[in-house]
Each structure stands twice: as structure tokens, then as C-alpha cells.
Design a protein around this ligand. Sequence first.
Ligand code: GLU
Length: 489
Amino acid sequence: MENVRVRFAPSPTGYLHIGGLRTALYNYLFAKKHGGKFVLRIEDTDQTRFVDGAIENLIRSLHWAGIDYDEGVVIDENGKVSQKGDFGPYIQSQRLDLYRKYVDELIEKGYAYYCFCGKERLDDLREMQKAQGKIPKYDGLCRGVSLEDAKKRIAAGEEHVVRLKMPKNKNLEFDDLVRGHISINSDDVDDQVLLKSDGYPTYHLAVVVDDHLMGISHIVRGEEWISSTPKHVYLYEAFGWEKPTFVHLPTVLNDQRKKLSKREGDVSVEDFKKSGYLAPGLVNYLALVGWSPEDNKEILSLKEMEEMFDFDRVSNAGGIFDRNKLDWVNAHYMKELSGQDLYELAQPYIIEAGLVDEETYKAKKDWMIFLLQTVQGSVSTLKEIPQAISFAFEDLGDLGPEEKEILQGQTVPQLLQALEEKVSAIEDFNFDQAKGLMKSIQKETGIKGKNLYMPTRIVLTGLQHGPELANILYLFGKDKILERIRKFK
Ligand code: GLU
């Protein structure tokens, strides 16, 4: 495919929704697959929704996820919002003159008109239509105002907007790569406001003008925009511009088939990061919510996806976001982390949990890495690490009834005696010795299997199950092992 140019066009409303990340990801993958360009544009024409710092937040979230782009809004080396690329500005509030120019063109050509209806009239109209069981829609009153009169009223300072003049009974059609052919009759489409009374364009005008001027070949966005697309299709026609290819993605749903919402927990990329997911794990899983590769492989690197991705394998039904599956995918990436990466990534979670202070974390780096690698295979997220390693820091709490009973076993006193003797006799307690310890006790005492391992584990950690015993022995070291054994003798 030639000249693929796609864009992700979020509004800076505060955070990047996980569904938005998936939209960005599919755009990115499609651009990569076809050697195209990916643009990040900020759609901030709704000034009432603007949130300070939201642009920076969006960019940081994309960056964390490993999704980079060729043009658009970036953060420069001084931490300031800046822009790169030949089609800028990429922030809509910096393009107001442009929209004005295009809206004037539509008015001149008769595709748009000034509307002076106030809020009160529009509210009454809506109520009346609703009461009649009709879908609320502007009734076109100001279509009757001549351009000359309209200009006079504007000159006299009357508040106004500009509306798109939808044609009567016209089929507005487009082909969507996921949803197929779509046709809507213009009689069912509202005379959309294009320019608001504050001089800002609405989303509908700005998106069409920008996608055209930025040479966008494929518009890839969430399906909540599909009902707006006929208006856009008509705008392309009114301007005499070739329309791009449309791709509307299924919504990311929760297990109740509703849109993921803040009330139920994690929804933003930042939330998932804080919950201890790794970027490659989150991105890998998210790609599968709505898309599957030909061989149905589930563990896929970004590179692999870049080669495989296409819209023909994107489902047109909503994709369910399954947290257990995410955990499963993330656990895979957790296992792949090097000791050093694990050490760095886990640090904030461990410090926050109060298990060690920063200084100790640094001073005992090798020990920490060994400890982290001991539990690496048993956790799904970074956030689960403090709990998994807590046995190495906390005092032994009260034993549960089952554990107490196990320690009543006949061979336990002999086992503890042998353990104490053997460990006391070791001068330099290293990992090989830790590994050999239990075997030599088995040989000497004849105690084996469950009778050997369970009581030892309980004496050391208070629990019946947990990491490799040899690792625990090594991590504890001679003094701590002896201290715990003596507690139970
Ligand atoms: N600004 C819209 C949003 O916040 C973008 C819609 C589109 O991609 O056209 O989702």
C-alpha cells in the first residue's frame, strides 16, 4: 500500500484510556506494516474539557507503551510540549484561522449557513421533538436567513454559530475496513454545528479539515465515531476532497459488555502501569482485544505484530478486556525480565510497601536480585512482588492450625536437631551449600519427602508453600536459619 498516513487524535481530557491506547497501537502497527507515517494530533477544540498537563500525560503514556510516531506533538529535551513534522501545527487550537477560512468557503458555496437560534429555542425544540417521539434534530429555521441578512446581524454583534446544510434525501455512503459498506440517508442526519459561537470549530469540521490537510490516508478510530462519519463524508464532498478510508474499531468492553469505566478500577494507561503491568505485556494483550493473528499466537512482541497486523483480522464485535488473560500475558513478560531490569522496575513497589528503604535496597543489590529472581516465576505483575518477597523481611507471625499440626509430626524434633547441627557447622554459607543441605539431612536422618520439606519450610517462613527451599536457605543465611529453628525447638 502506498503513502499510508494515519493519525491518533486524542482530546487532552486528562489521561489516556486503555481503549485509546489500543486505537493508537493499531494505527501504529498499520503504519509500520505498510511503511507509512504515524501522526499524533491533539484535538483540543472543546476548551471546556481542557485539562492542564493532559498533553504531556498522553505523550508520556504512549512513550511508556513503546508506541512512537513520526510527526506531531512531542515533549522536547527540556520537558516542554513541542511539535515535529511538515504538516503542523498539530494542535487544533493553533489552527483556528484555517478552520475559519474553510468554513467561510462552505458558506460561500452554500454548503453551510449561519444560525442564530439561542439555547432556549433549541432546548424547547428538543423537548417538543422528544415528546413527539422523534429523534431531536435542528429544524433548519435559520436556513431561511439570507446570507446578506445574516452578515448584517453578525455585524450588529448577534451571537451565532455556523451549521452544515445537509442535503435532502441523499445517501451518504462509505466503506469501512472493519464494518463493511455503510449507507445513511441524509434526512436522518442533523445540520451539524461546524463553528461554535466562541469561534472554535467543532470536532466534525476540524477533523475533516485536518485529516485532509495532513494527508491522512486511513482514519482509524473507535466505533463511537461511526455515527459522525456520514457528516464527515458529506463535508469531504462539499469541499471537493477525496475521502480517506475509514476504519472503526470495536469498543474495549468489560466482562459485563460495557465500556471500561473509572468506577470499576483501572482504565487509564497510567492506572495499569501503577498496577504493575509491564509495557510489553499490556501492549501485547491489548492488541489481542479485537484482533488475532492468523496462527492465533498469543505472545507477540511489537516487532512481530508490526509484520502481522492487518484490519481484515480485526473483529467487528466489541472486544472483552479480560484481566486474567492480561495477567497471564504479563506473567510471561515478567519471567523474561533480566535480573537488573527486575531490580530496577520492582524498586518503587518494594520501597512503597515499606519492606526496605532505598539505601538498603541499593546496598544489598545482589541479594535483592537473588530474592526477586526467586519469586519471578510466581508473580503476574510488579505489584505482586512485595507480597511474594515479604517472607524474607517479616518476622514469623502466628502459625495457622494446619502448620502447627505439621510441626507436631513425629520426625520433626530429629529434623530440627539435624538442621541446627548441620547449619552451625557450615563456615561460609553459600548457595551450593544451601542446595546440598537438605540432601545431606535426608541421608543422615532418613527423613524424606513431605516430612523433610514441609516442616523446614514452615519453620523458616511460616508457610507450607513458597519458593524453592534452597533459595530461602541461601537468602536467610546461617544466623537467621538458626534463629528460626531455635524458635521451634
Ligand atoms: N478527538 C477524538 C477523540 O478524542 C478523535 C476522534 C477521531 O479519531 O476522529 O477520540
